[in-house]
Write a protein that binds this ligand. Structure first.
Ligand code: SF4
Ligand code: SF4
Length: 111
């Protein structure tokens, strides 16, 4: 059975505004090609196939709970390989870095 997804535009706007303040809102250029996944060393080693494309989809759909529960964001090495090969200049490495800050500020520090 497929998972029911509730799209949350207000959450997208909240996260996008946070990312913009950090200068990390290039992810809006993403067109979901998956090149970042091929370039990412942890996607290959850990078998996390859609990373980091999947994480950007979570932002676009406002799936905050999925973002917070994504261990991939905390595992990101910030090596920059994904950004190097992204054909749209969407800078997924910077997205991961800013998202880590978002999660730490909004969730981990409040527990
Ligand atoms: S390579 Fe760039 S455009 Fe393609 S899915 Fe990744 S972030 Fe999006
Ligand atoms: S910066 Fe993070 S998401 Fe991008 S290739 Fe490196 S480990 Fe993967």
């Amino acid at each position: 059975m497929s998972k029911h997804i509730e799209v949350r535009p207000e959450i997208y706007t909240k996260i996008r505004d946070f990312m913009k303040k950090l200068g990390a809102d290039d992810f809006i250029k993403c067109f979901n090609c998956g090149t970042c996944t091929v370039a990412c060393p942890i996607a290959e080693v850990l078998g996390i196939v859609p990373f980091s494309r999947k994480i950007i989809r979570y932002i676009m759909l406002g799936l905050e709970e999925d973002l917070v529960n994504s261990k991939e964001i905390l595992l990101c090495l910030h090596c920059g390989e994904c950004s190097e090969y992204c054909p749209k200049g969407a800078n997924p490495a910077e997205t991961m870095h800013a998202l880590k800050t978002y999660i730490i500020q909004n969730y981990l520090l409040k527990r």
